[in-house]
Design a protein around this ligand. Sequence first.
Ligand code: GRF
Length: 199
Amino acid sequence: ARLVVLVSGSGTNLQALLDACADPAYGAQVVAVGADRDGITGLERAVTHGVPTFVERVQAHPDRAAWDAALADRVAAYEPDLVVLAGFMKLVGETFLARFGGRTVNTHPALSPAFPGMRGPADALAYGVKVTGATLFVVDAGVDTGPIVAQAVVPVDDDDDVESLHERIKTAERAMLVEAVGRMVRGYSITDRKVRFSS
Ligand code: GRF
């Protein structure tokens, strides 16, 4: 299966996928990595692996819709079976979802439906929950609302700060992402918000 991965930051989730794809038995390859900004470690990881990269900046377009359409064109050029948003800090829009809806997944550092949005680890810490985690979901028009593919649970320690908690979440998140994408490439269906794997 062909994966296009979109990143905005350090790209450790991308790295986990690149490492998994090195084993032919995994059944997937990262055919391109895209970003919404230059100069990020995530893009460097792709270059190191010899994977083509592209950058589509919002600021290069008259409006968000034009950016969204351009992003969709960039992704489409690589004919992905699955698009993985791995720490991609932008919401994709209508045009993107019209083309890649149902086969775009995003990873969120909280246990959905709790703590959607940009500050999952901080919000979980502030709320005082004793467990939190990561959620892989199929992207829909909402913010972190789509059908859930997989979740991983991590404990919150009494002496956690946002950084230590987010790091613990990310360790679980990477393993969850690799496992779940591996299952998705073997086939899945979505009925009534329920994601079911074929095997
Ligand atoms: C992940 O925790 C992701 O869920 C969040 O940002 C982090 C990205 O990490 N939105 P990385 O760029 O994959 O290292």
